[in-house]
Design a binder for this molecule. Structure first.
Ligand code: MN
Length: 155
């Protein structure tokens, strides 16, 4: 009897140590220099044309943050480990493990870690989606008119 090739299966994948999954490549978040961000990795857990969505796991090292961006597509997020401050539109909220965050279309958003632990989150997104937009100088000025947003973006 042939030995099954565990790594060829995309039906069952084991959870490994350190928030890795069997057979899932551990990738940089974005191309270096393409947008401002710090200390993030990305794993695509599901990329399913039938579902028309992807489920990704991002992990941000302490002191790290995601790109400030917006786009037509939305995100469904579950925090899987650690704590963060999350900016969505005009709001900044602290979030912790298992909290949920919905990012509506065309809404500025950024994740930033809190504390000494890495912060990891699941992010559901459409397979077919528009490219993220980065803020112009004018957009930034508008965002920074709110002192709490200015504080969040300054760190
Ligand atoms: Mn986004």
């Amino acid at each position: 009897m042939d030995k099954p090739e565990a790594t060829q299966s995309d039906i069952f994948r084991a959870f490994l140590e350190n928030y890795r999954w069997d057979g899932v490549p551990h990738l940089p978040y974005k191309e270096e220099g393409s947008a401002p961000f710090k200390s993030i990795t990305r794993q695509v857990l599901f990329h399913d044309p039938e579902l028309r969505c992807e489920l990704r796991y991002f992990e941000v090292a302490p002191g790290g943050y995601s790109t400030l961006e917006r786009h037509q597509h939305s995100h469904g997020v579950m925090i899987l480990r650690g704590e963060a401050d999350v900016m969505v539109g005009g709001e900044v909220k602290p979030v912790k493990t298992h909290d949920l965050v919905r990012i509506p279309p065309m809404t500025w958003h950024r994740f930033r870690t809190r504390g000494e632990e890495p912060m990891g989150f699941l992010c559901m997104v459409n397979v077919e989606r528009d490219r993220p937009q980065l803020p112009t100088a004018e957009d930034l000025e508008t965002l920074q008119a709110d002192p709490k947003i200015a504080d969040f973006l300054a760190l």
